[in-house]
Design a protein around this ligand. Sequence first.
Ligand code: G
Ligand code: G
Ligand code: MN
Ligand code: NA
Length: 250
Amino acid sequence: LRREEELRVAIAEQQLEVHYQPRYLSQSMQIIGAEALVRWHHPTQGMLLPEQFIPLAEEAGLIIPLGRWVLHQACQQAASWPVEMTVSVNLSPLQLHDDRLLDEIARALRENGLPGERLELEVTESALLQETQSTLDALKRIKALGVHLAVDDFGTGYSSLTNLRHYPFDVIKIDNSFVAGIEQSTEDHSIVRALIELGRGLQMRVTAEGVETEEQLRLLTDDGCTEVQGFHMSLPMPAEELRRLLARPT
Ligand code: G
Ligand code: G
Ligand code: MN
Ligand code: NA
């Protein structure tokens, strides 16, 4: 309960900070967007990563105010970038099924003057397993705002491919775990190639996540994966650092 109280205070007192990890075109290494990743500057424990507090936020019902705060921050930042690119925000399944989500998204866009196309919301593949019809309805309402949708951690959730066809996703994000194995494992490499092909067939863009080496980047580019994200190109960074990176002449 103490931790929960601390998190409540953290949301109210702005101890949270959003970092941004750039997403690149694999061919040109042009930055085409960035993913918002929340951090908690805990008063005594230093910087905490999302896996250390998102599960608690979900259990305690705090993911709604936390998610709302991240969404507003991300839209505000994106509106201030010197380049017109997309900001991606992770959505918890609980947010997806919250009645107020649609209004919150519309408000975050409107208050920051950000066009819907410049926001992308990421939903994990595992979130698609439950309540198919209400999930589909929620996604369609978000799409109607012009906002883009990405299916995150793809390949790990065992969702049926039939469902994927009916969902209005713009982007498939291939999970880190497959990308990590493509140099050593022909199986992992085959899975990644199949996911790239699946995206092509469904007319969805494909982003490979967790690209950590030059060789992984080369293999993915050769396989026709047009977008990449990962430590090899860039770590998640504070908003100010990303702004400087974007302002730098290329
Ligand atoms: O930042 P890190 O690299 O440690 O992220 C770990 C996990 O936390 C990822 O799966 C990411 O989707 C999730 N995450 C990061 N920021 C947010 C957020 O603002 N909301 C939700 N729901 N999940 C987030
Ligand atoms: O939302 P999602 O689960 O996709 O969140 C991305 C997570 O992956 C974040 O925790 C982010 O810090 C992490 N990440 C980003 N790039 C890399 C990478 O190259 N390698 C690894 N292992 N993790 C990464
Ligand atoms: Mn993500
Ligand atoms: Na992911």
